[in-house]
Ligand binder design. Structure first.
Ligand code: DAH
Length: 329
């Protein structure tokens, strides 16, 4: 093979090369110690005529430099291509808005409980709590709901296997626990979970939250309660909210009332909580003298308050864990 043929052949090969490994192979094959150029150089020895040998030698060296340069340039091109490919794979669109890591947040129920606590704290109420597993004494008897009393039917109860324990059906037992420990005057609210053994639907869950309130002092009246609860609703709904009392019955209050509210946006009376003057027997049960002290108490469903405030149609949404619901608040 003539030198010029080799050069042509190598030029073609290099043009077709697709990656650095292929190029490296050609480089070894042509310019390596045992490569084709070396063979040509060895061939020089056979040329006797000095002039001829010099000319040939010069030709071979020129071909060698030419091919070396050709390979170097191809190498540059391939290296740039490789870099571009890698960058493309890692491509990010810098015109897109940055992605903020999504932090969790408190559940609407927790947020609302905290908000309710703040409103009552401003009016001098402390926050109390009690166990979710209760005894019939605290859940019923101490609240003037004796065994066999038809009022016990009002509270469909989850009984524990361990006899004489139940899941509290309301937050009212916290009243008893608190008054057993503290002497009046006292003002508390007690938010917490309660349980009812009943069928679930859009407005009933087997587990929900209540907020209990209790104030015991000298000469406390229903009038005091009305002022306080009106202030609470005005604050909670961030607007003047009409309220009204209707006579009702609870074994642990006398008289008992049902409170309705009329938020501006509904313009309808909605039943929202039970309340009343703490029954003298309840005070006596915790060794507070009902002739000396009087008090009011109230209890409301927290989910119901939230549903009215935010127009939530179904109580079961609170517990589904559906992020589309949760992230709205
Ligand atoms: N405990 C009652 C219930 O679960 C609500 C209630 C009514 C609480 C009147 C009170 C009250 O403190 O005075 O339905």
């Amino acid at each position: 093979m003539e030198l010029f043929q080799l050069v042509e052949e190598v030029k073609e090969k290099i043009a077709k090369v697709k990656n650095l490994a292929e190029l490296r192979e050609i480089e070894v094959e042509i310019l390596g110690r045992k490569g084709k150029i070396s063979l040509f150089l060895k061939g020089l020895k056979k040329i006797k005529a000095l002039e001829e040998r010099r000319r040939k030698g010069k030709e071979i060296n020129e071909a060698k430099s030419f091919l070396t340069e050709l390979i170097r340039r191809k190498e540059e091109i391939l290296a740039r291509q490789l870099e571009e490919e890698i960058l493309k794979k890692e491509e990010i669109d810098i015109s897109q808005p940055g992605i903020k890591p999504r932090k969790g947040h408190l559940h609407l129920i927790t947020k609302t409980i905290w908000q309710i606590e703040e409103i009552f704290k401003k009016m001098g109420f402390a926050v109390a709590d009690g166990p979710e597993i209760e005894t019939p004494y605290y859940n019923f008897d101490a609240l003037n709901i004796p065994e066999n009393h038809p009022a016990r039917d009002l509270w469909d109860t989850f009984w524990l296997k361990k006899k004489n324990y139940l899941l509290r059906t309301h937050t009212s037992p916290v009243q008893i626990r608190y008054m057993e420990k503290k002497n009046p005057p006292l003002r508390i609210i007690a938010p917490g979970k309660v349980f009812r053994y009943e069928a679930t639907d859009a407005s009933h869950e087997i587990q929900f939250h209540q907020i209990e309130g209790l104030m015991v002092d000298k000469k406390v009246s229903l009038g005091n309660f009305k002022a306080i609860i009106k202030e609470f609703f005005n604050e909670f709904f961030s607007e003047e909210t009409d309220i009204r009392f209707r006579p009702s019955y609870f074994p642990f209050t006398e008289p008992s009332v049902e409170i309705d509210i009329k938020p501006k946006k509904t313009d309808k009376w909605l039943e929202i909580m039970g309340a009343g003057m703490v029954h003298p027997k309840v005070l006596a049960n915790v060794k507070i003298n009902p002739l000396e002290w009087t008090g009011f108490a109230f209890g409301a469903g927290i989910e119901r308050l939230i549903m009215i405030k935010y127009n939530i149609p179904d109580i079961r949404l609170f517990y589904k864990g559906d992020l589309r619901f949760i992230r709205q608040f």
